[in-house]
Every structure is written in structure tokens, then in C-alpha cells.
Design a protein around this ligand. Structure first.
Ligand code: FES
Ligand code: FES
Length: 217
């Protein structure tokens, strides 16, 4: 009987009359909360004053990030905590740079930033804005391999190949700095990259071949 009465009158709960509260109902509140969680939060920078100067504070929500990679412009809405490596791989589908240690020790994620090799896992994407980035993909000239890439193939300088894009980029940076490197230059220039398969002898030969082809050119 009680159940029937409650079904008839939605305002009756356990025999007690429930007053309809003004404002948002619980059901409506849940709907709005779900909607808020599904919509990405995009915020502009907050400005604060530090020592008389206006300073922009980004995040924690998403903010517009624009990068120049391999001569092309890329843009995305990213949280400020997103690394350059994750932006390249997850947002722009440039998967040449590899994630191995994700903590700046192995070199598999090496890219050039303003011509210098950096671990892209240790640079925030937001910090890389306005600084041209070159990845292993960007070394290709159309269909033609870069001399370093060709030299890696000619000298069997890779096995599983996972470290290879990082090494190729590091070798390019090394040769830009030392066009005719000594054994010590090579050792020092590649000391930030590790190959678990141990292809170091092939990599050293590849560097020498690429240096020779530059000399010839
Ligand atoms: S993945 Fe960046 S240094 Fe290892
Ligand atoms: S070729 Fe396998 S890790 Fe270097």
C-alpha cells in the first residue's frame, strides 16, 4: 500500500512529504558534473605580479601550445606538464623519438632543439615553443636518407633499432660540431646515448663514414 502511494505521488518518500528544493536537483547536478568531466578544461594564463612585473602562470588545465617541428607548425591544447616527447608522439604522431627510460638517462628520445641535442623526455612542450625542433624524421630529404641514416644501414649500426633514432640525431649533432671527429670526439659526443644491443662498433664506423661523405661533398 505504502509503495503504491509513493508511486502515485513522487513527493511522498517513506510516508513523509518531501519539499521540492529550489535550484538544481541531485539528478541534474550529476548530469552537469559528468558533462564538466568530459569537456577538456582549456584556460588561458593567470597573471600575477612578482616584484612589480606581470608573470604568466599556466595550468593546471590545458593551454594552447605551438611548436615548430621539422619545419612545420603544430598546435595542440596541452597541460603544461606534458613533455616534448609525449607531445611529439601522442599529439603529432611523430614517433621517431622513442620513450625508454623517460628520465633523461638513455638518449632514445634525443631530438635537436635549436640545433642542440636534448632529451625530449626532459623538456616540457610548453618550454619548446618558438625553438625549432628536428626529429629523426626531419633528417630525411624527401625520400632520400640523410648521410648518417645511410651510414647506419651500411655499417649494420643497429640491431633491435630502438635506440637508433636517438643515436642518429646525436650523430648528426656531433658531426655539425665536429665535421671530422676524432675517436675522442665520437666517444664524448655519443656518451649520452645507450644501446642495449651493444652496436657501438657499428655506430662509430657509421659516424666515420658520414664524416667522410661530408668531406667528399
Ligand atoms: S627516454 Fe629520454 S633519455 Fe631515455
Ligand atoms: S640497437 Fe637495440 S638498443 Fe640499440
Amino acid at each position: 500500500m505504502r509503495g503504491k502511494d509513493q508511486k502515485k505521488d513522487p513527493k511522498l518518500r517513506d510516508g513523509v512529504k518531501v519539499q521540492q528544493q529550489p535550484g538544481v536537483s541531485r539528478r541534474e547536478f550529476l548530469k552537469i558534473s559528468g558533462l564538466t568531466a568530459a569537456v577538456p578544461l582549456v584556460t588561458g594564463p593567470k597573471m600575477i605580479e612578482v616584484g612589480g612585473a606581470e608573470v604568466a602562470i599556466y595550468g593546471p588545465g590545458k593551454t594552447p601550445v605551438a611548436l615548430i617541428v621539422n619545419g612545420r607548425n603544430y598546435a595542440a591544447q596541452l597541460e603544461p606538464r606534458v613533455t616534448l616527447l609525449d607531445a611529439l608522439r601522442n599529439e603529432f604522431e611523430l614517433t621517431g623519438a622513442k620513450r625508454v627510460c623517460d628520465r633523461g638517462t638513455c638518449g632514445a628520445c634525443t631530438v635537436l632543439m635549436q640545433g642542440k641535442p636534448v632529451y625530449s623526455c626532459s623538456v616540457l612542450a610548453i618550454e619548446a615553443q618558438g625553438k625549432p625542433i628536428i626529429t629523426a624524421e626531419g633528417l630525411l630529404n624527401g625520400e632520400q636518407l640523410h648521410p648518417v641514416q645511410q651510414a647506419f644501414i651500411d655499417n649494420d649500426a643497429q640491431q633491435c633499432g630502438f635506440c637508433t633514432p636517438g643515436f642518429v640525431v646525436a650523430c648528426k649533432a656531433l658531426l655539425d660540431k665536429h665535421p671530422q671527429p676524432t675517436a675522442e670526439d665520437i666517444r664524448h659526443g655519443l656518451s649520452g646515448n645507450f644501446c642495449r644491443c651493444g652496436t657501438y662498433a657499428g655506430i662509430r664506423k657509421a659516424v666515420m663514414q658520414a664524416a667522410g661523405s661530408r668531406k667528399g661533398a
